[in-house]
Design a protein around this ligand. Structure first.
Ligand code: ADP
Ligand code: MG
Ligand code: ZN
Length: 475
């Protein structure tokens, strides 16, 4: 940027709610499924089928609203947003246009408050698949899945602020247990509205809306790209058109989808098939009871109670499943630092490798604490511990039984370790000569061979002592 303009950015964020059933019918809202198996007359828009509001979705909406500090409307309402598209079988979407569930919230970033205009409930559309032979197929399993749409004021001026906000918002949704918050799976979707304000004249610019942003990286690219595009237009005297643009990840640029539609284009009107949504005290109390400890609170508590560094507390609270695994494990072992250490390294590596969350693996706090205790008592080495962790993560095994049956327990029998050292010396005459000739570094290689022979069951110190003794004997 030339410094003449400042970006004004506002977000529209769709949070897919993990309710058991859809927003207005009792079809399963779970992700996936054979195409068109989770559908019924309501979510496919059959004439005469009547919607009914999902209470759990309202509760989840209230839980989020509360974390965002907004005013909850005692009576909100659903409206029809009319448009035709093949993934929208009713030719309207039920949303909350005139009276959203929550208004005037905020979320604080370090040094900046982002105002939230509103949170409203609505339903998702179906999904279109474009096949290689040029056909388009529609899957309505997603049609009618509950969404909370969160609309911010245009309070952001940089991509850093936008991603910081989205990370906070994702944490809120995930920690509250109302959403998976996964951008790749589409359970967190973000549209970016951006305009450039002329800093010399104070003149506000025309905004565009950008869609199809599937990761934080793409959001950053799209913001940088759109800022440049608008700046070039303004500086060359061309108008910025108010339009909706589609970000193309592969090409790294955006394309016009449609001219910006005005509210009037959607002919919004109150949904005649639904009563107004009355937020009773009972509902508010239930939402209150669903409140969960949020990530910043948990981080602070981990630092205070377990003496963890801010960095480690941050790593362990990446997601609630990891945090729970840590907390329960340390309660069983009585050694928070040990649990933090292994979870922050080995377990996180397994998590990335397998693309799962700790809660989805076979590694329970009980099994993890057994493995940690075995290592601490010296009955398994660090190397065997890593092997056991990886196995217990992926398969349903009992770690102590497995270690015993497979002969993984630490060997401290000196004569056996000595035999392995002898064998290594016999089989590696070259390196042994080098070592005896003064090349001390070769010791590490020989040591490694002993470890390998023992399948990691010797403590490195014991292996080292044995090999040095044997080498002395022959020198
Ligand atoms: P509309 O109803 O016309 O879509 P909204 O007021 O609902 O407009 O705003 C939609 C989004 O656009 C919000 O996220 C808001 O923050 C953002 N927005 C509004 N004005 C601007 C602007 N001048 N520059 C950038 N974003 C804006
Ligand atoms: Mg809008
Ligand atoms: Zn249905």
């Amino acid at each position: 940027m030339t410094g003449q303009f400042e970006a004004m950015i506002g977000l529209e964020v769709h949070v897919e709610l993990k309710t058991r059933t859809k927003m207005f019918c009792s079809c399963s809202a779970a992700f996936g499924g054979e195409p068109n198996t989770r559908i019924c007359p309501v979510c496919t828009g059959q004439p005469g089928a009547l919607p009914a509001v999902n209470r759990e979705a309202v509760l989840f909406g209230l839980v989020l609203s509360r974390e965002l500090s907004g005013r909850i409307r005692p009576v909100s309402r659903f409206d029809r947003k009319n448009y035709f598209y093949p993934d929208n079988p009713k030719s309207y979407q039920i949303t909350q246009h005139y009276r959203p569930l929550m208004e005037n919230g905020w979320l604080d970033l370090p040094g900046k408050r982002i105002r939230i205009h509103e949170l409203h409930l609505e339903e998702d559309a179906g999904k279109l698949y474009h096949t290689e032979d040029g056909r388009t197929l529609v899957d309505l399993n997603r049609a009618g899945v509950p969404l909370a749409e969160i609309v911010t004021e245009p309070d952001f001026s940089t991509a850093d602020e936008v991603t910081a906000f989205l990370e906070r918002l994702r944490d809120v949704a995930v920690y509250s247990g109302v959403s998976d918050g996964r951008m790749q799976e589409g359970s967190l979707r973000v549209d970016v509205n951006l305009s450039l304000r002329d800093l010399r004249t104070g003149e506000p610019g025309v905004r565009t809306e950008m869609k199809n942003l599937n990761s934080f990286t793409e959001i950053r690219h799209a913001i940088a790209h759109e800022t440049l595009r608008q700046e070039e237009l303004i500086l060359s005297g061309q108008p910025v058109l108010q339009e909706t643009r589609r970000w193309d990840e592969a090409l790294g640029q955006s394309f016009v989808m449609r001219g910006k539609e005005e509210a009037a284009d959607y002919r919004y009107f109150p949904e005649p098939d639904l009563y107004p949504l009355v937020v009773t005290d009972t509902l508010l109390r239930e939402a209150e009871a669903l409140r969960k400890e949020q990530r910043p609170e948990k981080e602070a508590r981990f630092m205070k109670d377990f003496g963890l560094s801010a960095y480690t507390a941050g790593v362990l609270t990446e997601d609630p499943g990891t945090a729970a695994l840590f907390e329960r494990t340390q309660a069983l072992t009585g050694d928070p630092k040990g649990a933090a250490n292994v979870i922050g390294t080995e377990i996180l590596r397994l998590l990335k490798e397998t693309g799962t969350l700790p809660g989805e693996s076979f590694l329970t706090p009980e099994k993890l604490s057994t493995i940690l205790k075995m290592n601490k008592e010296g009955s398994i080495t660090g190397a065997v511990m890593k092997e056991l962790l990886a196995l217990t993560y992926r398969e349903d095994v009992d770690p102590s039984e497995y270690a015993r049956e497979k002969g993984l327990l630490t060997v401290s029998d000196e004569s056996l370790v000595g035999e392995w050292a002898d064998q290594v010396i016999r089989e590696n005459p070259g390196p042994v000569r080098e070592y005896l000739g003064g090349k001390e570094k070769v010791l590490m290689f020989l040591l490694g061979q002993v470890m390998k022979l023992s399948k990691g069951r010797v403590k490195p110190d014991d292996a080292k002592a044995a090999i040095i003794t044997k080498l002395k004997e022959i020198s």
